[in-house]
Design a protein around this ligand. Sequence first.
Ligand SMILES: *Cc1c(COP(=O)(O)O)cnc(C)c1O
Length: 449
Amino acid sequence: MSDSEAGATGARENPPVRRVSDWDAAQLAELAIEYGTPLYVQDLDRARENCERLRDAFPDADVRYAVKAHTGRRVLETVREAGLDAECASAGEVDRALAAGFGGDRLHYTAVNPPARDLDYVVGVAEAEPDLTVTVGAVDTLDRLAERGYEGRVCVRVNPGVGAGHHEKVRTGGAAKFGIPSDRAAEAAREAAERFDVVGVHAHAGSGIDPEQLDSHRELVTRMGELARELTDPDGDAAPLDLEYVDVGGGFGVPYQEDEPPLGLPAVAEATREAVAPLPAGVDLAIEPGRYVVADAGVLLTRVNTVKPTPDERVVGVDAGMTDLLRPAMYDAYHPIRNLGRGRSADGGDAPTPDEREATPVTVAGPICETGDTLCKDRALADPTRGDLLAVGVAGAYGYEMASQYNSRPRPAEVALDDGTATIARRREGLPDLTAVERNADTPAGGDR
Ligand SMILES: *Cc1c(COP(=O)(O)O)cnc(C)c1O
């Protein structure tokens, strides 16, 4: 090998996307054989790279990982070590972030119609971790915090009136559920400052910022910049607020389709900085990516158990369904699927490798008794046969997180890859996990709630 070749391979590459075709098929097949299917594989090295690209593109911003995309302990630790803060949507997420080592100064709790139990918990945490920030999207929620004696850090969530996203169900910016209406936001922030330490303003448009949606992102960011200037204006009619940041949310898109170009992160960063400028002195930009950090770091492995030719379509039955990966059923989401062949499983014999097979349009369907339980329809795959392993790509965000036990299906296992080494990160649930919370009618009163 010449020196220049060594340099080329030795340099740390960090491509803007990892496609399902970029994964090592042999390694994935080995993991499926060792740990069984369905199996999530989450590559912590790739999550690290994604954190790095975000920090490179937004060097002056606070980058907060929206924990709900993937709350696994190993992922949280990786993200924390990569220098990101944690944005949490529930008491449970705050609890997990604390357990993963995030201190209060790196914890942001976003309260959306927060259940009383969640508020009680978070106010309790804030007593020990006073640097924790609560992001609030309704004046009612401020009252409920005050009733609990909370006087700490508050960020005011604004409904920017613009939404973005790949599906109606992920556009939050325009939905009245989220945030204080923008024409009332300044007043609400000033009133809040009488009772709390108001440190920031926040808006999140939804999920799926892509090149075509950059305009609505720009609009949201522009409005947030204006709001920050208004609130901190020393010459204004009202006393200026001592804001620390303007948080413009997450929603950085990832390419699910194989031929979709990756998000130009530097261009988004540039547009964001331009739109928010000029930021008042001492006020930082903050962003909250979830999906972007973990989506292409994960795949779901599933095995073909039934192939059924019908007059209309070829149905490929697999052992993963909407209980393992809900996005296709819930959002009509597209996930790339790659046939890995059989690995070295006994089921197979000498089937041709996927490369040698003809691309055949198939429906890939799971084991759940629901019509919506398909991972794809009319998709050309290297003709799957019984025993093949399929890798469902870009499954690292909102994958395991949305898994359920519907149809009494235990949730799958998850393996973490760290520096190429695989270890179990979440064990596979078994049948006893399905009934672990059940109690009989004669369970003594005064026990469980
Ligand atoms: C879900 C969410 C995010 C992250 O969205 P992604 O599309 O995963 O980047 C950020 N902020 C808030 C408030 C959210 O609810």
